[in-house]
Write a protein that binds this ligand. Structure first.
Ligand code: ATP
Ligand code: MG
Ligand code: MG
Length: 347
């Protein structure tokens, strides 16, 4: 069997490694943190910074194919790795999702709706963007944001200076606030042979900018659910994508608006572990390893709840709950805002 190299050793890397093991494949992980969740589960952990070219070369040469669990891998590291082994999903998918300007331009070019947006580097840019887009709006750093970090809300134009200051000098994007009725996401996969499969859309509820629950099925009409899947398929095909992707969407009275894409397995797809014969982690490993995509048909209604920070204290009680699967990431310290695990409850 093949050896899969995973860049990044967080919980997503850990669950990918578990899926690889189940398919009889080996997983190696590249991760600077010696205590990272995936470290203990991989056949090999190369523990080095992304600036260490020798470690990267050694890592790549020990695997057949490379994949990743986070999108902010430094470009120099990717250039080196790509010269040695295939990276799946490809560089274009990474470059597109690393940068909100490139991401939104791409989505609009392939005919998909996003929030109205404008790139913002200076106070003048921001003033012009507010003139065009209006408020309420959200200013987001172009790169490196996650869990709602690097974002500032503008309720009125007077909030401009404070929002710009919150960007800390980084390039940003102003987005019009989308008056959504629901948030949904589609976890979709594309195989090496170009076949596409999607899991049923899930409905997401965020708390303090962090995903709190995902529930399937989403309470949306079937026509919207199939629109969402078609949008995801269009994105995957346009990027010649191989692997699993998370596509976050806003449901509005006027139809679906794409919020952002993640070129990897996604927190809002964790429900698939208990809801489908083949979950998102296995699906990703299948795609990356060149296997046929598996059957991701949903066989249950599921609610996934993240255990964030002190939420892990509920584990003893959750361990007694019916129809509930507990997934813990093996993180020692339950810091505020840190994803410690999740539970999937069959409804
Ligand atoms: P993730 O951890 O999902 O990568 P992120 O930091 O990239 O998060 P976004 O997904 O852009 O952040 O935004 C986080 C949440 O903030 C969204 O799920 C949504 O609830 C809200 N939000 C973001 N942009 C908008 C918008 N333009 N209009 C309305 N709500 C928004
Ligand atoms: Mg994001
Ligand atoms: Mg998001």
């Amino acid at each position: 069997g093949a050896t899969i190299g995973i860049l990044g050793g967080g919980q997503l890397g850990r669950m990918l490694a578990m899926a690889a093991a189940r398919l009889g494949l080996r997983a190696h992980v590249f991760e600077p943190d010696p205590q990272a969740p995936a470290a203990a589960l991989c056949a090999r952990h190369v523990c080095a910074p992304y600036s260490d070219a020798d470690a990267l070369r050694d890592f790549a040469q020990g695997v057949d194919v490379l994949t990743y669990e986070f999108e902010n891998i430094p470009t120099d590291a990717l250039d080196l790795l790509e010269s040695l082994r295939p990276i799946r999903p490809n560089r274009r998918a990474l470059a597109t999702s690393q940068d909100r300007v490139i991401e939104k331009s791409f989505l609009n070019e392939i005919g998909l709706d996003t929030a109205p947006w404008a790139p913002v580097a200076t106070a003048d840019d921001l003033a012009a963007a507010i003139d065009r887009i209006g408020t309420p709006a959200i200013l987001k750093t172009t790169r490196l944001g996650y869990d709602g970090k690097g974002q500032a809300r503008l309720n009125t134009p007077e909030d401009a200076a404070a929002a710009l200051a919150a960007m800390g000098g980084q390039d940003a994007v102003l987005e019009g606030f989308v008056p959504f009725t629901r948030e949904i996401s589609v976890i979709a996969a594309r195989g090496l042979d170009g076949s596409v499969a999607a899991f049923d859309p899930g409905e997401n509820v965020h708390r303090d900018g962090i995903l709190h629950t995902t529930r399937v099925p989403a309470a949306i009409p079937g026509t919207l659910a199939s629109d969402a899947v078609l949008i995801a398929a269009r994105i995957l095909n346009a990027l010649d994508y191989v692997g699993v992707m998370g596509v976050e969407l806003f449901v509005t009275p006027g139809g679906l608006i794409v919020n952002e894409i993640a070129p990897r397995v996604h927190n809002s797809g964790h429900w698939t572990q208990q809801g489908c014969a083949v979950d998102q982690f296995e699906q990703h490993i299948r795609a990356v390893a060149g296997w046929p995509l598996g059957d991701g048909a949903r066989h249950a209604d599921v609610e996934m709840t993240n255990l964030i920070g002190a939420d892990v204290e509920r584990v003893p009680e959750l361990a007694r709950a019916a129809k509930t699967a507990i997934h813990l990431y093996g993180k020692a310290e339950a810091r505020a805002g840190r994803k410690m695990g999740h539970v999937n409850r069959i409804l």
